[in-house]
Write a protein that binds this ligand. Structure first.
Ligand code: ASP
Ligand code: MG
Length: 430
């Protein structure tokens, strides 16, 4: 396999309109004669807009077509700005959208998650058509790849699980030949294909993960994720003043940060890179000269405190009905239920006759879990909370973050402090 290839990932914000797409092309031109696999998300907020189409279709509100039409027109508008009124990309875009028009013309027969993936995935199909065409238009040796031909998943729709082995051999079969004739391959993030050729998605914001999968399979020399921030920061710049960029980060530190909810990169991105020791750069598409953050094997640095705030938290206080102790048998049962409903536990603690768990709000699945647990246990559910995690905490920073809030739950383990807080004191009794 080409051992000098790089993988670049461009998210929705980096391709949100015609100027943004021109900017991406300019970034790519900074790497002449390099082989680059370019993984792209849907343009701007397209995925959210397509989620509305799915909603409208499944609830039969009659608005699905109009909503889809808006998405379509937005793409045509950008295409017109990039290429003028007449260009082969229009028929490619049209083919992409027509497939979905066929889906929503019929009454819903299939499961919601299946339909979701078939509809929502066209955001990435369309954005990659646009970028690939624009790179060619700019005299780049670029080609478009349907990622569903190389990333194979099972049929867990909306959360496709990657079949690494098959994906590996599909990548070996299809990609080197494309790189012989082209320098650049543009493909979709976020989506994959099943053995039966159905489209799956890998979970919201999954394009980083797609890029890591491809980097792994192609033994890329590096992966660069281009973002609208200068790199990985010590906190969310929308929530905090004076956040700092972190220049170097170990894989371990990065995986911990993303696990606690840091939104800079998708949590699943790190493992494949770590397994093959592929460096990850998080860089700014606004300032491509900036150094960004380099994530790689352990580095000897002292980290500043890093704050991650995860909203929409729910505390479940689970207690035995008959005042008996919470035993390992109870815990075994509880963990099985969390696994069954795919609810991730962010924090937990057990006491004599109760067990408290902090999870992220996932309305439908959480409701199912709660009703299942209520068959056996007494539950008190506390919603609208925030989980604040500080890696490498100092007392000052914890104090300033906790100020004015009620701490419901806190934990200090080896340099990491986590607290679940709320603004207004209100307990909702079930
Ligand atoms: N377009 C998808 C989303 O917005 C995937 C991604 O952006 O990573 O969730
Ligand atoms: Mg996106």
């Amino acid at each position: 396999m080409t051992n000098t290839m790089k993988v670049f990932k461009f998210g929705g914000a980096s391709v949100k309109d015609a100027d943004a797409i021109r900017n991406v092309a300019n970034i790519i031109k900074r790497y002449p004669d390099e082989k680059i696999m370019i993984v792209v998300s849907a343009m701007g907020k397209t995925t959210n807009a397509l989620e509305k189409v799915v909603e409208a279709y499944s609830k039969k509100t009659g608005e699905a077509f109009a909503l889809l039409e808006e998405v379509k027109q937005n793409h045509y508008k950008v295409a017109t700005e990039l290429f003028g009124a007449d260009h082969p990309v229009f028929s490619l875009l049209n083919d992409t959208f027509v497939e979905i028009e066929w889906v929503i013309e019929d009454d819903q027969q299939d499961g919601y998650d299946y339909i979701y993936d078939q509809i929502v995935s066209i955001g990435e199909m369309a954005s990659t058509r646009m970028l690939a065409a624009f790179l060619v238009h700019e005299q780049q040796k670029a080609s478009w790849l349907d990622v569903r031909d190389v990333i194979r998943t099972d049929d867990t729709f909306r959360e496709g699980r990657v079949d690494w082995e098959t994906t590996g051999s599909l990548c070996q079969q299809k990609i080197p030949g494309l790189f012989e004739k082209n320098d650049l391959i543009v493909t979709q993030g976020f989506i994959g294909g099943t053995q039966e050729n159905f489209t799956t998605t890998l979970g919201r914001e999954g394009s980083d993960y797609s890029a890591a999968i491809l980097a792994f399979q192609l033994n890329a020399e590096s992966l660069s994720i281009w973002k609208d921030v200068p790199g990985i920061l010590t906190g969310d710049p929308r929530l905090f003043e004076n956040v700092q960029k972190i220049d170097r980060l170990s894989y371990k530190e990065a995986i911990e940060m993303t696990y606690y909810g840091a939104k800079v990169i998708h949590p699943k991105t790190i493992k494949p890179l770590e397994n093959k020791n592929i460096p990850l750069y998080v860089k700014s598409f606004v300032d491509p000269d900036g150094e960004g953050t380099l994530i790689s094997t352990d580095v000897n640095v002292t980290y500043p405190p890093v704050v991650v705030v995860e909203p929409k938290q729910v505390l479940l206080h689970i207690s035995t009905r008959d005042f008996s102790f919470v035993t390992e048998r109870h815990l075994g049962f509880l963990f099985q239920q969390f696994d069954k409903y795919r609810i991730k536990i962010n924090m937990m603690q057990n006491m004599a006759i109760s067990f408290t768990v902090c999870v992220t709000e996932r309305s439908e699945r959480l409701a199912l879990l709660i009703s299942e647990l209520e068959k056996e246990f007494k539950l008190v559910v506390d919603r609208n909370l925030e989980l604040i995690t500080v890696r490498h905490y100092t007392d000052e920073i914890v104090e300033s973050l906790a100020g004015g809030k009620i701490i419901l739950f806190e934990e200090y383990i080896r340099g990491t402090m986590s607290m679940v807080v709320k603004e207004v004191p209100k307990m909702i009794r079930k």
